[in-house]
Design a protein around this ligand. Structure first.
Ligand SMILES: Cc1cc2nc3c(=O)[nH]c(=O)nc-3n(C[C@H](O)[C@H](O)[C@H](O)COP(=O)(O)OP(=O)(O)OC[C@H]3O[C@@H](n4cnc5c(N)ncnc54)[C@H](O)[C@@H]3O)c2cc1C
Length: 221
């Protein structure tokens, strides 16, 4: 059954991504990488369920989400922009296909970073980052979620790919098979989360590099 929780803080993480911190529902358990059914507890919105991924850690006494806002959809994410501290959210069932299996390459597009925020935070806390790599595709530098944190955590294992901007030190264009190939050595698992067109493209790139289905852990947004 859904539980009602209050917003503790709501702020912009980037120009179009909100960071929302909420009270933790009683008894809630989840694994890093998992998502939950989420609705706004106000008239006309309480039955509009959407999926969002925890960016907090299971042991935190709060839950956190990073949510990209789509004003043109006039849907839930647009409505979230109008909310304040103390407003209520409904939290339902937990689910999601992405779970950590072992060291690998994380490949994300835009808000598809969210499952990896939680997984990488957990690895950071356990001092198990090792040789994990993150390939993160965005349109521009201003779209990159938590760039500073990933730079600090991963150093040269954080590869940014920008499609609409050319900046020194950032790859330009889309994620390609060649870019993945250059990072692949010694890596067994490939974690993928992105909007549908990028999912399709990167999955076929991974196949072309001989990666088996069992080694690809994925979720489409
Ligand atoms: C498992 C899972 C986890 C996810 N986790 C996250 C997360 O942590 N963070 C995050 O940011 N996102 C996440 N997403 C994506 C997120 O669920 C969607 O972005 C969100 O549901 C959008 O809700 P919305 O109501 O604003 O818009 P939508 O539900 O996309 O659209 C509302 C209505 O707008 C119309 N519409 C749809 N597309 C368009 C368009 N292109 N132009 C104009 N109108 C349109 C349709 O009529 C639709 O009914 C996740 C998705 C999944 C499946």
């Amino acid at each position: 059954m859904a539980q009602v929780v209050k917003i503790r803080t709501i702020e912009h993480l980037t120009h179009d991504v909100l960071k929302i911190v909420l009270d933790k529902p009683e008894g809630l358990t989840y694994n890093p990488g998992q998502a939950v059914d989420f609705a706004i507890n106000k008239p006309n919105w309480e039955n509009e369920w959407r999926s969002f991924t925890f960016t907090s850690l299971p042991e935190d006494n709060f839950i956190e989400f990073n949510i990209k806002v789509y004003p043109s959809h006039e849907g839930v994410t647009n409505e979230l922009q109008k909310l304040h501290e103390g407003d209520e959210i409904l939290i339902g069932d937990v689910y999601g296909d992405i779970q950590y299996k072992g060291e690998g390459i994380f490949i994300a597009g835009g808000a598809g970073i969210t499952p990896f925020v939680s997984i990488l935070r957990a690895l950071d806390k356990e001092h198990k980052i090792g040789n994990s790599k993150l390939i993160f595709a965005n349109k521009t530098k201003s779209d990159i979620i938590s760039e500073q944190y990933f730079n600090h955590l991963l150093g040269s294992n954080f590869i940014n790919v920008l499609s609409n901007e050319t900046i020194q030190g950032y790859e330009h264009g889309y994620v390609t098979a060649e870019l993945i190939k250059n990072q692949i050595e010694g890596h067994k698992y490939f974690y993928l989360c992105a909007p549908p067109p990028m999912m399709t493209a990167v999955e076929s790139q991974l196949k072309s590099l001989g990666i088996q289905d069992e080694a690809i852990i994925k979720e489409g947004f």
